[in-house]
Write a protein that binds this ligand. Structure first.
Ligand SMILES: [Zn+2]
Ligand SMILES: [Zn+2]
Length: 258
C-alpha cells in the first residue's frame, strides 16, 4: 500500500469527522494525527446542520471555524481547512449550508445521508424513499434518473468542492454526474469507508475527466489518512495522479473564498 501512496504522493485528507458530530477525536487530535502522518493538509468536515442525528448546528460550525483559526497559529506547519460535509436535501439540488456560513469555511463537501428531511414531501417520496427501497429491490431506471438529476442540480446550483462517497445509499448514473462535476470543477470522492459502487459505476466515473478525491472519512483519530481501499480502486482503473486532488501532482481550486 505504501507503493500506491508513493505513486499518488498523497499529501492531504479532505474528509474527517470530530466530536462536533459523531467522530471520536477532537479537532486538535485530528490535526496532531495528520502531522504525525506527514500530511500537508487536513480538512475538518463534520455533518451539516440538517442531518437530524449527527448534524452540527450553525452556531457550532462557526465555533469550530474559530477553533481551527487558533489551531493554525499553534501548528503553522500544517494547512488546516475548516469545512463541512453538507447534506443534499432535494430533487432540485438543495443543500443545508447558508451563504454567510459558506464564507466562513474553506471547503464544502456534500453527500447523501438518510437522516435528513427534504424541504418538500416530493423530496422525501423520491430521493429518500429511493434510498430505503434500495435495501429491498434493485433501483429502477426511473429512480436512478431522478437521483442523478438531483446530484446534477446540486453541482450546478451550489458552490461545493467535493461530492462525498458517491453511490452510497443512493444509486446514480456516475458517468452523468461525473460529466457535470467536470464542467463545474467539482471533485468526486471514491470512498474508503463505504463500498457501494459497482465496477460499472467506477467505469462511468473514471470515463469522464472530472477530478477525483480519496479521503479517510475518519470518525476516529486512528483512521485519519487511511485510504487503502480507495487507492486500490484508483490503481485498478489506472487513474492519473494529476486528477486526484489529494496528490502533490494535482492543483485544485476550492470555491469557498470566491
Ligand atoms: Zn457522509
Ligand atoms: Zn463523512
Amino acid at each position: 500500500m505504501e507503493n500506491l501512496k508513493n505513486k499518488y504522493d498523497i499529501i492531504a485528507d479532505y474528509h474527517t469527522h470530530t466530536v462536533y458530530s459523531h467522530g471520536k477525536g477532537t479537532v486538535e487530535e485530528n490535526v496532531l494525527k495528520a502531522i504525525e502522518l506527514g500530511l500537508k493538509t487536513i480538512a475538518i468536515t463534520d455533518h451539516g446542520p440538517h442531518h437530524f442525528i449527527y448534524g452540527v448546528s450553525e452556531d457550532n460550525l462557526f465555533k469550530q471555524a474559530k477553533e481551527v483559526i487558533s489551531l493554525r497559529e499553534k501548528y503553522p506547519n500544517i494547512n488546516i481547512l475548516t469545512g463541512v460535509e453538507a447534506n443534499i436535501k432535494g430533487l432540485g439540488g438543495e443543500y443545508d449550508i447558508r451563504e454567510d456560513m459558506r464564507h466562513e469555511l474553506d471547503i464544502v463537501l456534500c453527500g447523501f445521508h438518510k437522516p435528513v428531511w427534504g424541504d418538500k414531501m416530493s423530496d422525501y417520496t423520491n430521493l429518500f424513499f429511493n434510498s430505503y427501497s434500495k435495501l429491498l429491490y434493485k433501483p429502477t431506471k426511473n429512480q436512478i434518473k431522478k437521483n442523478t438529476s438531483a446530484y446534477i442540480s446540486l453541482i450546478k446550483k451550489q458552490p461545493i468542492d467535493i461530492i462525498s462517497h458517491i453511490g452510497y445509499h443512493l444509486a446514480v448514473d456516475t458517468s452523468e454526474v461525473a460529466k457535470a462535476a467536470y464542467d463545474h470543477g467539482v471533485a468526486i470522492e471514491v470512498s474508503t469507508r463505504h463500498d457501494d459502487c459497482t465496477p460499472a459505476d467506477y467505469e462511468g466515473l473514471f470515463a469522464s475527466k472530472c477530478m477525483i478525491t480519496v479521503n479517510s472519512d475518519a470518525h476516529k483519530v486512528e483512521s485519519i489518512g487511511v485510504i487503502d481501499r480507495a487507492l486500490k480502486v484508483l490503481d485498478e482503473y489506472s487513474v492519473d495522479p494529476a486528477r486526484v486532488i489529494n496528490s502533490s501532482y494535482c492543483h485544485f481550486d476550492f470555491k469557498c473564498k470566491k
